[in-house]
Design a protein around this ligand. Structure first.
Ligand SMILES: *Cc1c(COP(=O)(O)O)cnc(C)c1O
Length: 384
């Protein structure tokens, strides 16, 4: 029986026989005991050491594979760990990688602070590059095209199917954290790897850190091998929490989407807001690609406000009572984060001097959220 996403993810990864709990049991441990010498020598166990994960991990990986249409999933201790694992799985000394300028900035550090030292060159490409331009940047030694849709902080949407086609035989790895694997399906489009920070919407409650690299059949061995070499391992307790988050993912995203759209619309009507960077709004570069390739939006977006003065930003942030200031997103609560993308761009032209504010629309009541923002705008205006 084929069922729709919310049904599949509510039921996935469950034991099918015996006395069953609704969720896979949390099996946690390092040493796995073998019944005797012969089975030890034959490694005759479904799992033989805790580092490689337990049935708790296998069940969650199975659910992630169903979500992302993947052949294989590897769990990592953070979303950044998953980005690094995906990259390290395919690069070799003397190689070259293409990375979008709007990439999550710690991923940029993997390239600039580590790949450079191991003799792998990185070229950062403009987030809205055309497939033809990208194709002209692919060299014989290019080993990976990295993509992120939409880009971090500034939400540029790339022509993902175009980029995948332009990459040819070079594998494409897509950071798919924004869509939580629900609204965008990179592996179906032909990407080799889809990466997620489970920390965000799948975890959904701001109480865990985890990442995953989901792959097609061709890249499964390479990612599995590198994860083993690095000793990548996550706790069964965190996996149980993440699996629990997955059960309600679709229903939470529906509200994040509604609240995100309503907040972005409310902000777009404010005199202080000069642009809304949200994949559903036409002020967002490449938004027509999102309309073509994705099936929904989530609660994350940015706006540009009409001031540069940091004192005004401070007054705005400090007047907020429901929106927290802090990194990450994807939990049930709303957040507001000021950001300065110029500092982390090299290929693109981020010339905007006015303040960028990134919002995460949580699951609160929308009227309470807009009232909070209204008060913050009044506090910001009082500084002038
Ligand atoms: C948050 C985030 C990450 C990193 O996830 P962590 O679990 O915080 O390490 C990677 N990519 C994107 C796009 C993110 O938003």
């Amino acid at each position: 029986m084929t069922v729709k996403g919310p049904t599949r993810d509510a039921h996935g990864g469950r034991p099918r026989d015996g006395v069953r709990l609704v969720n896979p049991p949390c099996e946690s441990g390092s040493t796995v005991l073998f019944p005797d010498y012969a089975s030890f020598r034959a490694r005759h166990r479904p799992w033989h050491y805790g580092r490689g994960g337990t049935p708790t991990h296998r069940a969650f990986e199975q659910s992630l594979c169903a979500l992302e249409d993947a052949a294989f999933a590897s769990l990592t201790g953070s979303g950044l760990g998953a980005c690094a694992l995906a990259i390290l799985s395919v690069v070799r000394q003397g190689g070259h990688v293409l990375v979008p300028d709007s990439v999550y900035s710690p991923t940029r550090n993997v390239c600039n602070q580590y790949l450079a030292d191991m003799g792998v060159e990185t070229t950062f490409y403009a987030p809205t590059i055309s497939p033809a331009e990208l194709k002209s940047m692919v060299r014989p030694e290019t080993q990976l095209v990295f993509a992120e849709s939409p880009g971090s902080l500034t939400f540029e949407v790339p022509d993902l199917p175009g980029i995948i086609a332009a990459a040819g035989d070079v594998p494409v790895a897509v950071d798919n954290t924004y869509s939580a694997g629900v609204f965008l399906k990179p592996l179906v489009m032909g990407a080799a790897m889809s990466i997620q920070a489970i920390t965000k919407y799948i975890g959904g409650h701001s109480d865990l850190l985890m990442g995953a690299v989901c792959t097609n059949a061709q890249y499964a061995d390479r990612v599995e091998r590198m994860a083993r070499i690095l000793g990548s391992s996550v706790s069964a307790q965190d996996v149980s929490l993440a699996h629990r988050g997955l059960r309600t993912l679709h229903r939470r995203l529906t509200t994040h989407q509604q609240n995100g759209l309503a907040l972005a619309q409310w902000l777009s009507e404010r005199a202080e807001v000069v642009n809304v960077l949200h994949p559903a709004f036409d002020g967002c570069l490449g938004h027509h690609f999102w309309q073509r390739d994705a099936t929904g939006t989530t609660g994350l977006f940015s706006v540009i406000v009409d001031w540069e003065d940091e004192g005004r930003t401070a007054a705005f942030i400090d007047a907020l009572t429901l929106f927290g200031i802090g990194y990450s997103w994807g939990g049930f609560e709303s957040l507001c984060l000021p950001a300065w993308p110029k500092a982390v761009r090299s290929a693109g032209k981020w010339t905007e001097r006015r303040q960028l504010l990134r919002f995460h629309a949580g699951l609160e009541d929308i009227d309470d959220l807009t009232a909070d923002l209204d008060r913050a705008f009044s506090a910001a205006a009082a500084t002038s």
